[in-house]
Design a protein around this ligand. Structure first.
Ligand SMILES: CC(C)(COP(=O)(O)OP(=O)(O)OC[C@H]1O[C@@H](n2cnc3c(N)ncnc32)[C@H](O)[C@@H]1OP(=O)(O)O)[C@@H](O)C(=O)NCCC(=O)NCCS
Length: 156
């Protein structure tokens, strides 16, 4: 999927506010079609200090287009992909696919045999298109709201 304006690089601490903004826009504008307003409010609430710690605690990659952070993803040591978010103005351009390819090659280099994630209703079709299979539907409690998501797994 060649896209000369798009690059993927490792996250650095100066990207913190940009990734939070991408996350909140993706949840409030895109995922909002699949969840109700109470669920979206709970999901999109951010504790900046926790976010700073989490981003620093695991490899995170950002997608950059025209000098702007437009998406990000990450990988925990056990193969858990926790985050996959693309700015609504840049969706459908292969950005999540580029990020996933980066996560997958890092996982393979680290000797992992599979990836797993908890996909939102919104992201499930994306993960299915990229080879993830459904393991279980689950209900998650988050700041007083209950959200449905899907545990999915991909063998590498
Ligand atoms: C899900 C998300 C990350 C996809 O990002 P994206 O950059 O638009 O994805 P891509 O352009 O790489 O799409 C890759 C493929 O998935 C498909 N796809 C992506 N989103 C889809 C959707 N909602 N429904 C159906 N297919 C979808 C695309 O058609 C494309 O297919 P193809 O290239 O094989 O024809 C993005 O929509 C997003 O941030 N959503 C809101 C936040 C969210 O729910 N994040 C995940 C939390 S688990």
């Amino acid at each position: 999927m060649p896209n000369p304006d798009l690059s993927v690089r490792r996250y650095r601490e100066a990207d913190l506010d940009a990734v939070i903004a991408v996350f909140q826009r993706a949840v409030r504008e895109t995922a909002a079609r699949d969840y109700d307003p109470v669920q979206i409010a709970a999901w999109s609430t951010v504790d900046r200090t926790r976010w700073r710690e989490r981003r620093g605690s695991r490899p995170t990659w950002v997608a950059v287009r025209h000098g702007m952070v437009v998406g990000f993803s990450d990988l925990e040591p056990d193969g858990h992909l926790d985050m996959m978010f693309v700015d609504p103005g840049h969706q459908g351009a292969g950005i999540a696919s580029r990020l996933l390819a980066t996560v997958e090659s890092a996982a393979r280099e680290g000797g992992l045999l599979h990836l797993f994630t908890e996909a939102s209703r919104t992201a499930r079709p994306f993960f299915e298109r990229r080879g993830f299979q459904l393991v279980a539907e689950q209900q998650v409690e988050l700041r007083g709201a209950t959200l449905t998501n899907f545990r999915m797994r991909k063998l590498l």
